[in-house]
Design a protein around this ligand. Structure first.
Ligand code: 1GP
Length: 252
């Protein structure tokens, strides 16, 4: 539980943790080192790595390259069962608990578990809750499941609580990468009030004030991906990190 405990400590010390998503299909190889250096200097707490399709290159070498450039935790955020690498530190062992598709609740897990064990990386059991964000996101489409309606925070809260009772260590509220709307504040609040395990919020977060607001509503980990695929935005990573780190923030 090294990485999980590291996340818990970071949350305790900083108020919340800030993770940046690296998608092999969206981040060109030549920009990888520069982006990672930028994130490290700006106070990012770790990287999630994964993608829905993996059209470009191979996952293993992408992870190896990231490892060359950073000491920060590298946590796989798998888009499929092929996204496992011993070069990462941990993997979010995601179950799409918002849906009722058995393949994404347990089926894929049976196939992936032996490979994860062999790789030696730390699996972190995570309840993956897809939330409607105004249009069909890749995550909703690929999982073949319905997201939780935006105006039903009580369903999200009950789903999260059931997941915690089942032993899951993290709750991931996901609006979907590039979502039009982020997870509603009321839903973040309702879920955070029900659960004692950390709540991750991601999808459609494009400004630091929104990131801060999610933390104020109870989120313990904020994830951004899309917004920093544009190099012109890299100077704002620090602003995001400071907004998330409520305990030691010097807001810029
Ligand atoms: C996706 O939550 C992450 O799984 C990040 O979403 O790319 O919209 O920031 P964005």
């Amino acid at each position: 539980m090294k990485i999980y405990n590291h996340l818990l400590n970071t949350i305790k010390q900083k108020g919340a943790a800030y993770l940046v998503l690296l998608d092999p299909d969206k981040l060109p190889e030549e920009k990888l080192q520069g982006f990672i250096n930028h994130c490290e200097r700006s106070g990012v707490d770790g990287f999630l790595v994964g993608g829905s399709l993996m059209i470009n290159g191979d996952f293993e070498s992408f992870i190896s390259r990231i490892k060359l450039f950073t000491q920060l935790p590298i946590i796989i955020f798998p888009g499929s069962i092929t996204q496992v690498s011993s070069n990462a530190d941990a993997i979010l062992f995601l179950s799409v608990v918002s849906g009722r598709n058995p393949e994404h609740l347990i089926g894929k897990h049976v196939l992936a578990a032996p490979t994860i064990k062999k790789s030696g990386i730390e699996p972190i059991s995570t309840a993956y809750i897809l939330v409607d964000s105004g249009s069909t996101t890749t995550a909703v489409y690929m999982s073949g499941s319905l997201p939780i309606p935006r105006n039903k925070p009580e369903i999200a809260a009950a789903t999260a609580l059931a997941s915690e009772y089942l032993g899951m260590k993290l709750i991931y509220l996901e609006a979907g990468s590039g979502a039009e709307q982020s997870v509603p504040d009321e839903m973040v609040k309702a879920v955070s009030e029900q659960c004692t395990v950390p709540v991750i919020v991601g999808g459609g977060i494009r400004d630091s004030a929104t990131a801060r607001k999610k933390v104020e509503c109870g989120a313990s980990i904020i994830v951004t991906g899309n917004f920093f695929e544009d190099e012109n935005n890299w100077d704002m990573i620090k602003e995001f990190a400071n907004a998330v780190h409520t305990k030691n923030s010097i807001l810029v």
